[in-house]
Design a protein around this ligand. Structure first.
Ligand code: C2E
Ligand code: CA
Ligand code: CA
Ligand code: CA
Length: 272
């Protein structure tokens, strides 16, 4: 290996080999995570700024791995997408979120994140319809969050239209971070824009970020969409954002919580 030179030696670094083997091991575990009951959803409140009350919750996947502990979605969702496991995991998440929302007061909505591969899957519309029927929940209480990357293929837009016709809301997540945000707005009527945390982070100190947020809010209003600001962490951010957006989400309001914590959270809110 010495004679191969620095660049070549790198390829055979045991650490890299170990990392690849580790990825495979994790993927193999992920294949059984749902059936083993290792997947959970955490719920983060979406606060309506007009009423200052919770309008709904976003469901966020968690994987409680038997030996590695809690694994964040950023680490396993990409693996699930690559392997195709996201189809089964995504359906599990959708069903679990709807079953949970069925226990909440009727005016609360539930938002579920959807990946590219789910949208492209031939059975996706059926999956949504069956899951809604099985939980007997008002369709308008469900919202799907899709990212710009999830929409990359032009063929995904008709399926979104059909889902929208069921009464299900479609939110454009992480708005502003993709390459063609505006062209998606031209081609599809989203119910909501979620302004990415990266723009919220420097508000209200940074004039440029404020101008961007104001402009996005203006644009959303003109196009008939609601606006949610994500990643609101401080009182200063909240005060400025609350005047501009319909909904606020972030650690300042509440961190994602377990399903079991929701009743107490809502009871506390109605006592205020
Ligand atoms: P996302 O959809 O943009 O979700 C928001 C993320 O920001 C969540 O991270 C949430 O915990 C975090 N967050 C919320 N408020 C704050 C804040 O004030 N400050 C900071 N720093 N972070 C905040 P999480 O739960 O780790 O999820 C990461 C990403 O994983 C999600 O980003 C989403 O893209 C993906 N994901 C989560 N659940 C699912 C799922 O069921 N299906 C799919 N396809 N993707 C999912
Ligand atoms: Ca989301
Ligand atoms: Ca987001
Ligand atoms: Ca994100």
């Amino acid at each position: 290996a010495k004679a191969a030179g620095r660049g070549r030696v790198m390829l055979f670094e045991p650490s890299m080999e170990a990392r690849i083997r580790d990825r495979w091991a994790l993927m193999a575990d992920l294949a059984h995570a749902a059936e083993n009951g290792e997947l959970e959803l955490a719920y983060q409140p979406l606060l309506d700024t007009a009423s200052r009350r919770t309008g709904g919750f976003e469901a966020l996947l968690r994987w409680r791995h038997p030996s590695r502990g809690m694994i964040r979605p950023d680490e396993f969702i990409p693996l699930a997408e690559e392997s195709g496991l996201i189809i089964a995991i995504g359906e599990w998440a959708l069903r679990a979120a709807l079953a949970e929302a069925a226990k909440w007061p009727e005016e609360l909505s539930v938002a579920v994140n959807i990946s590219t591969r789910q949208l492209a899957h031939a059975q996706f519309l059926d999956t949504i319809i069956t899951a809604l029927m099985d939980t007997c929940i008002d369709h308008r209480r469900l919202e799907l969050e899709v990212t710009e990357s999830a929409l990359l293929s032009e063929t995904n837009l008709p399926i979104l239209t059909e889902i929208n016709h069921l009464g299900v809301g479609i939110a454009l997540d992480d708005f502003g971070t993709g390459y063609s945000s505006l062209s998606y707005l031209q081609r599809f009527q989203f119910s909501k824009l979620k302004i990415d945390r990266s723009f919220i982070r420097s508000v209200p100190a940074d004039a440029k970020s404020k101008a961007i947020v104001r402009t996005v809010v203006d644009l959303a209003r003109t196009l008939g969409m609601h606006v949610t600001a994500e990643g609101v962490e401080t009182a200063e951010q909240f005060e400025w954002i609350a005047e501009n957006c319909d909904q606020v989400q972030g650690y300042f309001i509440a961190r994602p919580m377990s399903a079991a914590e929701i009743p107490a959270y809502l009871a506390f809110e109605s006592d205020k």
